[in-house]
Design a protein. Structure first.
Length: 259
């Protein structure tokens, strides 16, 4: 895994920028322009990790996958913020820009980033592709256990529902995330396709796995010490931690061997 990181300097630098921005975020007041700028750095840094790591194994298809995921999720977010389907009733504020149809384009970048990162965690092989796409969708949705409470706290969007909720986030949101994540996972797998260079594919999985582990640890620490919500910290750590464990198991097992 360390060797893969050393051979992906651009992705590693993107991860470093992401980590620095995440560390700096709590140092500035909420609703300030500094935190809005840092949110952009975090998301674009993660997008850099996802795209560059995927490029290692799939070349230009990685860019195509990122673009298609952004288009798909923009349509889903536009539908969601307009109708309440499939996430529940919510509205974006004006804090994040640029926006198209009221949807911050940074949100679509975030969908592409986490999808390609998770795609790198779960290397696709001819066998059990369907199961791996489900694992991808679960891993993407697990991220939202942390993401939604933080973004609502930052004032980037707000919920308008009295439905059953987790820390103010409607439970239906996670169902919507699961369905959308499955669609982005399928899109990533189909667009990137297969590569005959197994070594390059495995090498490209190193930084995404480290990135997912870093997000798990940093979000957990953040919610315990800075965002004052140990419930989110524990639930998010368990959710992302399980997905991380599956990613490690998936990486060390031979292709086609399932547990």
């Amino acid at each position: 895994m360390i060797t893969g990181i050393r051979r992906e300097p651009v992705a590693s630098v993107s991860l470093a920028f992401t980590v620095v921005a995440m560390i700096a975020t709590p140092l500035f007041p909420r609703a300030g322009t500094e935190r809005q700028l840092l949110a952009n750095v975090v998301v674009l840094g993660l997008l850099g990790v996802g795209v560059v790591s995927a490029w290692t194994a799939y070349g230009v298809r990685a860019l195509a996958a990122a673009g298609l995921i952004m288009v798909l999720t923009f349509c889903v977010e536009l539908l969601g913020s307009s109708t309440g389907f499939p996430f529940g009733e919510y509205d974006y504020t004006t804090a994040l820009s640029p926006r198209v149809g009221g949807v911050p384009l940074l949100v679509c970048c975030a969908w592409a980033a986490i999808t390609l990162i998770v795609h790198g965690m779960f290397r696709v092989t001819p066998r059990a592709i369907g199961r791996r796409m489900v694992l991808m969708a679960v891993s993407i949705t697990a991220w939202d256990v942390f993401l939604d409470p933080q973004m609502v706290g930052e004032g980037y969007w707000q919920w308008e529902t009295s439905a059953p909720a987790f820390r103010g986030i409607p439970l239906v949101n996670y169902a919507g995330w699961g369905v959308t994540a499955l669609m982005t996972s399928v899109l990533a797998v189909v667009t990137c396709g297969r590569t005959s260079d197994t070594a390059r594919t495995m090498e490209g999985a190193g930084v995404p796995l480290v990135t997912y582990a870093t997000l798990t640890v940093m979000y957990t620490i953040g919610f315990v010490f800075f965002f004052d919500d140990t419930v989110v910290a524990v639930v998010g750590a368990v959710a992302m931690g399980w997905c991380l464990w599956r990613g490690v198991v998936h990486r060390v097992r031979p292709a086609g061997v399932m547990s």
